[in-house]
Design a protein around this ligand. Structure first.
Ligand code: SF4
Ligand SMILES: [Zn+2]
Length: 301
């Protein structure tokens, strides 16, 4: 794999932003999200391009705390914080355990902390960290899809059994669960099949205790995906498919569902309706209800 990593500084987060999200009661929460710079994830799932914003060496204790200290004064007040690290928070090479206490100290005013983690890394360190933070811990896991033929080909290095075990373990310890679902994983190219499997995956996540699901439109962001796209074995989703998944997932009433709108400009096919449709998705995320579709003279893709 050609290394196309962006140049990052270990003491500075590679990005941070302020956003909003409804809680389980529908109350809008202000959220500060910090994208931490750290050592890249060791799992190498085939569709992942998150490693582009990571480092090759293990994170040195102190760097993560310095990054939080850098971002927080530049962010407004908020009730929740997300510390996303393009990998797994409980991988000690990414977030060194000696930094846990400093992190907990920095975020003590936040009522909820959301981090990302792999199901196989959901164990004792999650529980110990949960005990030292003042807010509630929520762990996001990339389930991606429950399609039985596609899932093993993503090389996630866990089984559905591992996923269930992780969700049981987290629930037993009072830790909330968020699940990431892919729309259009590689090897599944039919539009309606993709919508069907995204919805099934969301249902599975809710059945296993997820409080919310985020649907992510896959992109041809690495060599593997570009190669599959050339072969016709991967097609990026269309905006209308993402819209349909969110509409139908909200109808399930299994929990909160969000269409990830952070990086979807590549789905734009029409300069007239794209921004209005993105804004509709954003509003549907916030209000957890469906709004009338945006009318436009284009094909609607
Ligand atoms: S576990 Fe997550 S961050 Fe790691 S390679 Fe897989 S998708 Fe990427
Ligand atoms: Zn249009």
């Amino acid at each position: 794999m050609t290394d196309q990593r962006n140049t990052l500084q270990p003491g500075i987060p590679y990005h941070f932003l302020h956003e909003q999200e409804p809680d389980e009661k529908g109350n809008l929460q202000e959220i500060n999200t910090i994208f931490l710079t750290n050592k890249g994830c060791a799992f190498n799932c085939v569709m992942c391009d998150l490693w582009k914003n990571t480092l090759t060496n293990p994170t040195i204790p102190g760097d993560i705390v310095n990054q939080i200290d850098y971002a927080l004064p530049r962010l407004p007040e908020a009730q929740w914080i997300k510390l996303y690290n393009n990998g797994n928070f409980f991988d000690p090479k990414s977030i060194p355990p000696p930094d846990y206490a400093g992190i907990a100290e920095r975020i003590r005013s936040y009522r909820r902390l959301v981090v990302e983690n792999h199901p196989k890394l959901c164990g004792k360190s999650c529980v110990e960290f949960n005990e030292i933070i003042s807010g509630r811990l929520e762990i996001g896991m990339g389930l991606e899809t429950v399609h039985p033929d596609i899932f093993p080909r993503l090389k996630k290095q866990f089984t559905f059994g591992d996923f269930k075990q992780a969700t049981r373990f987290l629930k037993e310890h009072g830790i909330d669960i968020r699940v990431f679902i892919l729309l259009n994983p590689p090897f599944l190219t039919d539009r309606d099949e993709n919508i069907k499997w995204a919805l099934r995956s969301i249902e599975f996540a809710f059945e296993n205790g997820a409080g919310c699901c985020a649907v992510i439109a896959t992109r041809p962001g690495n060599e593997f995906m570009e190669e599959r796209q050339r072969e016709g074995r991967y097609v990026p989703p269309t905006l209308d498919a993402l819209e349909e998944v969110l509409e139908r997932a909200l109808d399930l009433h299994g929990g909160r569902v969000f269409a990830d709108t952070w990086d979807i400009d590549f789905l734009s096919r029409c300069p007239h309706c794209f921004q209005a449709r993105k804004e509709r998705l954003r509003k549907m995320n916030l209000d957890q209800k469906t709004y009338p579709a945006v009318a436009c003279g284009c094909s609607g893709e």
